[in-house]
Write a protein that binds this ligand. Structure first.
Ligand SMILES: *Cc1c(COP(=O)(O)O)cnc(C)c1O
Length: 441
């Protein structure tokens, strides 16, 4: 961008030209002949306005291009998509960093202006719970990365999941099919709460396609919901196949793609109708903000958005800005996580004191084939079983120097957790003694 500014600003030291001389040179710049007479290199600059775009068409075009331009890389989209708030008319600014619009409400110039907004003739934001310019930038950026028409950013991943299920599955008539292995709180919400709202719930094994077909044959399934990959065993479901089976029977497919991140998997491009993320994880990427997002068609996302207005699940503009900032390095972070985790998985697989490693990037993984067909990397979570008992695993964990003992994933710091302690303490001794040998990294 430097080339489009005045050559003097870039190339002459401030002391060389007086303000008067600068003005004279600026006038001269309008004619390329006179510029030639002044400084040969200025000719280049003088002919450049407009042509600077040819230097790096990807970067320049990204900010103004349609958000789903398939020719732009994810690395470029993560930085540029959705930005240029000023150029999009939402705000009078030429700040490169997206401003945090902290106002909770937006004013109108006149009643006619308000009516124009109500009738959709003028784009604006009315009240913070319904939408916010900073949050909109984040939503457009995620849409670009997921190849979605629309995205709703919410206050947490659980908020995204609950809003999606409440909006898309009618109480009293709906039927949700989900998998026994699935994010535990989502599974509990579906099993304990949705079923009390008169919604039929069926659990199937993750890859039991025959049972899925049988359940779909009942003809009343509204929505299929699962994680891919799952946490903590990183099992993968064939999203394309599931979508084909479900769509034949009129059921929607919703995939929680948190463990893949938008860099490694794009469920919407292989048939899913809705993709949700805990944006707390890879998307924000720094263990410092809780958020969720839902992407899909305009029609489905507006139904979920309307529900989320009632739930009050709006994210704060400050948190949205943190995620916009985090997203700019997501491509770099996730690529590094893909590589280091695969190296670690191979190392652990060959270690005599490790019984078993769960990572779909390993050729030995039963999920490798599916992962390879729908993912471009397997992410930064790995599970493994240490050849020891509960206390031996605790000793192993406590001896680790770099990872923090903490739950979550996808941030810059390495975390380690032993589900027997982190998730099942209090239940483990009584009901799940075998979990003592499991360790999740
Ligand atoms: C963390 C997580 C969630 C919940 O997200 P929050 O942001 O904590 O509400 C949902 N699904 C998966 C797969 C997760 O890892």
């Amino acid at each position: 961008m430097a080339r489009s500014s005045s050559p003097l600003v870039n190339k002459a030291s401030p002391t060389e030209a007086s303000p008067t001389e600068q003005r004279r040179l600026l006038r001269a710049r309008r004619s390329s002949k006179r510029v030639t007479a002044l400084r040969p290199e200025a000719v280049l600059d003088a002919t450049l306005p407009g042509t600077e775009q040819q230097d790096d068409p990807g970067v320049i075009a990204a900010a103004t291009a349609p958000k789903r331009d398939a020719t732009l890389s994810d690395e470029t989209l993560a930085v540029h998509a959705g930005e240029k708030m000023g150029k999009n008319g939402a705000m009078d600014t030429d700040s490169i960093a997206t401003p945090i619009v902290s106002g909770t409400t937006h004013w109108f110039k006149s009643s006619h202006d308000l009516i124009a907004f109500k009738e959709g003739r003028r784009h604006s934001f009315e009240y913070g719970r319904y939408g916010n310019p900073t949050v909109k930038v984040l939503e457009d950026k995620i849409s670009a990365l997921e190849r979605a028409e629309s995205t709703l950013v919410t206050s947490s991943g659980m908020n995204a999941i609950v809003a999606t299920l409440l909006a898309l599955v009618p109480p009293g008539a709906g039927h949700v099919v989900t998998t026994t292995e699935c994010y535990s709180e989502a599974r509990a919400f579906i099993g304990d709460k949705l079923s009390k709202m008169g919604i039929k719930v069926t659990f199937i094994e993750l890859n039991d396609m025959e049972t899925l077909k049988d359940v779909l044959d009942q003809g009343d399934v509204t929505l299929f919901y699962t994680d891919c990959p799952t946490n903590p065993h990183l099992k993968c479901i064939d999203i394309k196949l599931v979508a084909e089976l479900c769509h034949r029977k009129g059921a929607l497919v919703c995939i929680d793609s948190t463990l893949a991140s938008p860099m490694n998997q794009k469920p919407l491009t292989i048939g899913a109708d809705i993709v949700v993320h805990s944006a707390t994880k890879y998307i924000a990427g720094h263990h410092d903000v809780i958020a969720g997002c839902i992407s899909g068609s305009d029609a489905l996302i507006s139904r979920i958005r309307a529900w989320n207005h009632d739930l009050g699940g709006a994210i704060s503009p400050d948190a949205a800005y943190m995620i916009i900032r985090g997203l700019k390095t997501m491509a770099l972070r996730v690529e590094t996580q893909n590589h280091t985790t695969l190296r670690m998985a191979r190392l652990l697989e060959n270690h005599p004191k490790i019984e078993r490693v769960y990572y779909p990037g390993l050729i030995s993984s039963p999920w490798h084939h599916i992962a390879k067909s729908q993912m471009t990397g397997c992410g930064g979570v790995i599970s493994f079983e240490v050849a020891s008992d509960l206390h031996g695993v605790m000793r192993f964990i406590d001896a680790l120097e770099i990872p923090f003992i903490a739950t979550s994933l996808g941030g810059c710091e390495s975390l380690v957790q032993q589900p027997a302690v982190m998730s099942f303490w209090g239940r483990v001794m009584r009901r799940r003694p075998r979990m003592g040998s499991r360790t999740t990294w």
